[in-house]
Design a protein around this ligand. Structure first.
Ligand code: PRP
Length: 182
């Protein structure tokens, strides 16, 4: 069977086993926290694709899955802060316990927009789980309830994260190599 491969300018940051272990831990924690309640998992596409699938299996509660997709207007840089819906949820979230599922929170602009927008729909509660948190690049404060891994300010691919659309299927996360010191 062919091996998954990342581009040579990348190196493994989080291997498959570490990710799977941490996802199981997050699932167990969420299962405890939401005991007795029904949960609406909301995946932010496309990056949350693999994490959502694994996390949903690690949560032992009645739950539903829905998805949305947003994108940032790129007015020169990605960090203009203007975000719009490409497509929205299929079901109302009023009175529901919503858990937003992200692959990564970077500047925080996407999540900040989503929380502000979805709160207007009056969910019973709304929380955030992200596999990766990159606090070094934050432009706005975002409350994050569950974090898989806090990572340095490096460009990462794999396990849902892409490089020009590719490499989302890597079962691990790879980071772009840093230039050698000296
Ligand atoms: C990524 C990621 C988050 C967002 C985080 O999505 O999945 O949604 O960026 O960045 P921020 O904190 O700086 O707003 P991206 O726009 O790359 O789309 P994709 O998930 O479809 O790859």
């Amino acid at each position: 069977m062919a091996e998954h491969a990342h581009p040579p300018e990348f190196e493994v940051l989080l291997d498959t086993e570490a990710i799977q272990r941490r996802v199981r831990e997050l699932g167990a924690e969420i299962t405890r926290d939401y005991a007795g309640r029904e949960l609406d998992l909301v995946g932010v596409l496309k990056g949350s694709l693999l994490f959502m699938a694994d996390l949903a299996r690690a949560i032992a509660l009645p739950l539903t899955c829905d998805f949305l997709r947003v994108s940032s207007y790129e007015g020169g840089t990605k960090t203009t802060g203007v975000v719009r819906f490409d497509f929205d949820l299929t079901q109302p979230i009023k009175d529901k316990h919503v858990l937003l599922v992200e692959d990564i929170i970077d500047t925080g602009l996407t999540m900040s927009f989503l929380l502000e927008t979805l709160r207007l729909r009056m969910p019973a509660s709304i929380k955030v789980v992200t596999l990766l948190d990159k606090p070094g690049n934050r432009r706005t404060e975002v409350p994050i309830d569950y974090v898989g891994f806090t990572i340095p300010n490096r460009f990462v691919i794999g396990y849902g994260l892409d490089l020009e659309g590719r490499y989302r299927n890597l079962p691990y996360i790879a980071a772009m190599k840093e230039p050698a010191a000296g």
